[in-house]
Design a protein around this ligand. Structure first.
Ligand code: UFG
Length: 332
């Protein structure tokens, strides 16, 4: 297929681009490099540097695209609480412009990076796609708004557009290509737990802060469902097929992507100690605004509707890949 990947210079977007190329697809990456890295875009992909809101239409005009995978977004829970405007503009308005371009150029498939943050504090665990969506932070609210926009564009497309929103839980780990450097998480300002903990093991910070030890969980720290980025990428390839065929044009399918197992912040720190052999000092800090206590996925729908089966669910294995990437980054 001829595909456009927005945000293909970012962590998840670059890994998915590598998987798409391996599967024989032709990929154009569109990224403004505001948070992504040019050298993360696999060499076999065409690259356009530009703003998704203004440049998507022009890119789609260059040929008959079979699908768009839309990763480009602001994606930090804490940042969204202090800068909601950046999220409503950067996520929602940009995505509506992208949807207009998809409609204008009659692109038949759209796969969108949605998030577990659309659910907010869950009433039941694991979370199914039918759970109430009551986001506890602007990041989740903007992604939910985009999910609604996609559903209505698909429904009104006269059968031209089939779309899938994939609701990611906590993506981690790194991709090891057959050739070329590893692809992993490399944010200028890192806020995600596993790369931060590994920075302690690398000697780049003295300790990790655990945001709250008074949450209603088994050890008082927040619980999340960690999913390997390669498993996540595999789901995108399956979603492309479902968007075009399985669920048919004019439909919008929402699928959670997670392993169905929760690990607390303390357990993640312990896994990082095991994998790195470093003592990794950890201190308890105040709760972070916008955090739900527990986010664990039911991914039954992805299994039954997409035929997805995660292969890399072991937390130590996920951490080991993130650790390999972190050490390679420091060495280069
Ligand atoms: N945490 C700490 N200390 C840190 C960093 C994080 O204790 O220094 C805690 C957080 O409070 C949270 C957990 O570790 O409880 C995970 O935090 P992350 O920042 O790594 O990830 P989030 O759960 O906030 O968010 C991630 C993605 C979102 C996605 C969400 C879904 O960034 O896009 O997972 O579960 F929506």
């Amino acid at each position: 297929m001829k595909l456009l990947v927005t945000g293909g210079a970012g962590y998840v977007g670059s890994v998915c681009t590598a998987h798409l190329l391996d599967a024989g697809h032709e990929v154009t990456v569109l990224d403004d490099l505001s948070t992504g890295h040019r050298d993360a875009v696999p060499a076999a992909a065409a690259f356009v540097e530009g703003d998704v809101a203004t440049a998507t239409d022009g890119v789609l005009a260059t040929g008959a695209f079979d699908g768009v995978l839309h990763f480009a977004a602001r994606s930090l829970v804490g940042e969204s609480v202090v800068d909601p405007a950046g999220y409503w503009h950067g996520n929602v308005l940009t995505s509506v412009a992208l949807l207009d371009a998809v409609r204008a150029h009659r692109v038949p498939r759209l796969v969108f990076s949605s998030t577990a943050a659309t659910y907010g504090e869950p009433e039941q665990s694991p979370i199914t796609e039918d759970s109430p969506t009551r986001p506890t932070n602007p990041y989740g609210a903007t992604k939910l708004a985009i999910d609604h926009a996609i559903a209505s564009y698909a429904a009104a497309s006269g059968g031209e557009l089939g779309a899938v929103s994939l609701r990611y839980f906590n993506v981690a780990g790194a991709h090891r290509p057959v050739d070329g450097p590893m692809l992993g998480e490399r944010h200028t300002t890192e806020t995600h737990l596993i790369p931060l903990v590994l920075q302690v093991a690398l000697g780049e910070r003295e300790h990790v802060s655990m945001f709250g030890d008074d949450w209603p969980t088994h050890d008082g720290t927040c619980v999340r469902d960690y999913i390997h980025v390669d498993d996540l990428a595999a789901a995108h390839l399956l979603a492309l097929d479902a968007a075009g065929e399985g669920d048919g044009p004019g439909t919008h399918l929402v699928c959670n992507l997670g392993n169905g197992t929760g690990f607390s912040v303390r357990e993640v720190v312990e896994a990082c100690r095991r994998v790195t052999g470093h003592p990794i000092p950890a201190v308890v800090a105040p709760r972070r605004a916008g955090d739900p206590a527990v986010l664990v996925a039911s991914a039954r729908r992805a299994r039954t509707r997409l035929g997805w089966a995660p292969q890399r669910g072991d937390l130590d294995g996920i951490v080991a890949d993130a650790w390999s990437f972190a050490r390679a980054r420091v060495a280069s």
